[in-house]
Design a protein around this ligand. Structure first.
Ligand code: NI
Length: 171
């Protein structure tokens, strides 16, 4: 497996709507495995394909902290039901390093997706899992967690990222 490099905001590829996956090729399975490795290495709890520059509807996640790993690979994930109850979590993003902000989302969601073997799955997610899966699906629609913040706060974070990228480019 190979670590993939993670795009840092602002990047036009992070703002695009990713395309549905028609069939799960070996190439896409390899990408999913690489994404999991990249996510664990970062370390993070979720990663969406656009974050590694691939505009396909694929995400990986694992919110099991100190428990045994529970990796999930989702092709074409869709939220098919959401609770009225809402939850606030402090979110971060591997494409927006070291920036965190509270985001309110439905507390519970039902998600349908295709797994690594091509099998359709449906599952309810709560707690951090619910927040994470919604955050990652947002990436597939070109939406970042900072898009939920007030413009002033969002612009401040974006300016910090522009500066960070400049520093990274200088090496
Ligand atoms: Ni993210």
């Amino acid at each position: 497996m190979t670590l993939r490099s993670i795009l840092i905001h602002p990047d036009p590829r992070l703002k695009q709507v990713a395309k549905p996956v028609a069939d799960i090729s070996d190439e896409l399975r390899l990408l999913a495995d690489d994404m999991l490795e990249t996510m664990y290495d970062a370390p993070g709890i979720g990663l969406a394909a656009p974050q590694v520059g691939v505009l396909s509807r694929l995400l990986v996640m694992d919110c099991a902290k100190d428990e045994p790993a529970q990796p999930l690979i989702m092709f074409n994930p869709e939220v098919i039901a959401r609770s009225d109850e809402r939850n606030v979590y402090e979110e971060g993003c591997l494409s927006i390093p070291e920036q965190f902000a509270e985001v309110e989302r439905p507390a519970e969601v039902t998600v349908r997706w295709i797994d690594r073997d091509g099998t359709e799955k449906t599952r309810d997610f709560t707690g951090i899992w619910a927040t994470c899966v919604q955050h990652e699906i947002d990436h597939l629609d070109g939406r970042l967690f900072i898009d939920y913040l007030k413009p002033m706060k969002r612009d401040m974070i974006t300016r910090k990222m522009v500066k960070l990228k400049r520093e990274m480019a200088r090496g």
